[in-house]
Design a protein around this ligand. Structure first.
Ligand SMILES: Cc1cc2nc3c(=O)[nH]c(=O)nc-3n(C[C@H](O)[C@H](O)[C@H](O)COP(=O)(O)O)c2cc1C
Length: 261
């Protein structure tokens, strides 16, 4: 049975929760599935201290001892992930931002390749569309298979028209998300995803340090592969990949020259 986990950044069980409940109801109409609500509020996740130990030595050396790994397990167990947050001052809620800060090491070492991901933002009036884009962008860089998210206006008290709109939006999002969930495969990377992988790899190789990221890439066999996972790149993407390798090396040269001044 498939499992979908919704990470909720609201402190309240109101509009954001209601939007996720709609998702659950719709998805369960397509197929029986396990659906879990994870209210970030219920977990202890201290603020990132910015020491960069997770980047440099590995995440297990993080000095903060809290529920981070429990939340990681919840992402690992799920086939589909939803991030739902209210718009707070044109951003995700602070709890959700801290969640992404604490998992930033995975932006260097992505892993959730075949998992379907989407985003829901509820808001009063303005700014939510950019937050959806931020969540989509973050999802891509964590490795997820990202489905276009949704931003829903929910001015309080919600009238019937707004309720109807919320349900319609969540129905459309459920359709998209379910299609993704049903066909989740390791897809051929887009040019931008290929660029991120190849340029990161080339810069790690050029820097030549035995950094934690370098060892991780080495252990995964990523210095020899075309992409993070086995995939069939056509002749154009193969050539463009080689070009990105070159660009990555040039970028490091450029940064190193600049640093000497
Ligand atoms: C601290 C705070 C900041 C907010 N900032 C914005 C904002 O910048 N733009 C906006 O449209 N709505 C803003 N809102 C409204 C919320 O996004 C909106 O009420 C949201 O749907 C509440 O979700 P909830 O019912 O799950 O708590 C803000 C609300 C709060 C409490």
């Amino acid at each position: 049975m498939k499992k979908v986990t919704a990470f909720i950044g609201s402190q309240r069980k109101k509009a954001t929760y209601q939007a996720v409940q709609e998702m659950e109801k719709n998805l369960k109409q397509y197929e029986a599935m396990d659906f879990e609500y994870v209210f970030l509020n219920d977990y202890e996740l201290q603020f990132c201290r910015g020491c960069k130990t997770c980047f440099d030595k590995g995440e297990k050396f993080c000095p903060l001892k809290d529920d981070r790994d429990m939340l990681l397990e919840k992402m690992e167990e799920a086939n589909g992930i939803i991030f739902a947050t209210p718009n707070y001052a044109f951003q995700v809620s602070a709890r959700m931002k801290n969640f992404f800060d604490r998992f930033s090491y995975m932006l260097h070492r992505p892993k959730f390749f075949s998992k379907t991901y989407t985003a829901i933002v509820t808001q009063g009036v303005f700014g939510g569309k950019d937050i959806v884009k931020y969540l989509e962008f973050t999802g891509i860089h964590l490795g997820f298979d990202v489905i276009k998210g949704s931003c829903v206006p929910v001015l309080e008290p919600m009238n019937d028209l707004q309720q109807k709109k919320l349900k319609q939006e969540m129905k459309k999002l459920s359709d998209r998300f379910y299609r993704g969930l049903s066909h989740s495969t390791l897809s051929v990377p887009s040019f931008s995803r290929l660029m991120v992988f190849r340029m990161t790899r080339a810069s790690l190789q050029s820097i030549g340090e035995e950094s934690y990221d370098y060892s991780y890439y080495k252990d995964q066999g990523w210095f020899e592969s075309d992409y993070y996972y086995e995939t069939r790149l056509g002749p154009i993407k193969k050539s463009v990949g080689i070009f990105f390798d070159f660009l990555g090396r040039q970028l490091v040269k450029h940064i190193t020259v600049k640093k000497t001044f």
